[in-house]
Ligand binder design. Structure first.
Ligand SMILES: *Cc1c(COP(=O)(O)O)cnc(C)c1O
Length: 241
């Protein structure tokens, strides 16, 4: 968590909200349907607090340990999202912090979350991560297996499957990710319409450089880091965890 140069977090947040509004308008959508989650990996708690003070309601972290340290300082006021890969041996620690685990991509992990959640006496909310780009560097269930995994996760007693998440391919032109966002949106509406996905409300797609395309394709949750908090130190790119 390196200290970096001053960043106008409140101003950035206002600009991101404005862009969300414009993208929603282009798609004929209500911007209120789009939840903004500020992704704060490597960002120091003081800057995260500035964003919360400026109205940011949701924070996202990639690593359980980093989130633990920050949660200790910031507390449970904002909602906490896990957007990095979760190892099964960290499920217990994760459920003590995160309101929504966005990265479940196997039945094994889902079962462990369900088991720990039942032991805590509180259902755990999760999204299923889909690898829509097919890139090997990315976590997520491959699209052909997504429907079957969603059904299996939806039946676990301790969890609520509340939607889908994907990371679009990174190319300088954000249009490159549009087909992937469209694929996830199609899967989302299919799972919702067949009645199993009663609790499916989050379609998590879109980051700083492609959230406008994602909103045009139906995103209801965008994960925005650098556009709010400023650039990260060089070594921490888009980390899946
Ligand atoms: C880092 C990260 C983000 C935010 O990326 P930015 O480009 O800084 O907006 C969103 N989602 C995931 C999964 C990430 O790892």
């Amino acid at each position: 968590m390196a200290e970096t140069a001053a960043v106008d977090v409140a101003g950035n947040l206002a600009r991101v909200r404005e862009r969300i509004g414009q993208a929603a308008a282009r798609a004929g959508r209500d911007p209120q349907e789009v939840l903004l989650v500020g992704i704060s990996k490597t960002v120091e708690p003081a800057r995260m607090r500035q964003a919360v003070a400026a109205g940011l309601t949701d924070l996202g972290e990639n690593y359980v340990q980093e989130a633990q340290e920050k949660f200790h300082v910031i507390g449970p006021g904002p909602r906490w999202h896990l957007v990095g890969h979760l190892q099964r041996n960290k499920v217990k620690a994760a459920l003590q912090i995160f309101d929504l685990v966005q990265t479940v991509d196997s039945e094994r992990l889902g079962r462990e979350i369900s088991r720990v959640a039942e032991a805590r006496g509180r259902p755990a909310s999760m999204l299923m991560q889909v690898n829509t780009s097919g890139e090997e560097s990315k976590y997520g269930v491959p699209p052909p297996q997504a429907e079957a995994l969603a059904r299996a996760l939806a039946e676990l007693p301790g969890v609520r499957l509340e939607g889908l998440m994907t990371i679009g391919r990174w190319e300088p032109d954000p249009e490159a990710a549009r087909a992937e966002f469209r694929l996830l949106a199609g899967l989302f509406s299919q799972l919702r319409s067949d009645g199993r996905g009663r609790e499916m409300r989050y379609l998590s797609m879109g980051m700083s450089h492609d959230f406008e395309v994602a909103i045009e394709e139906g995103s209801t949750l965008v994960r925005v880091g650098t556009a709010i908090f400023g650039p990260r130190p060089a070594r921490s790119g888009v980390a899946d965890g």
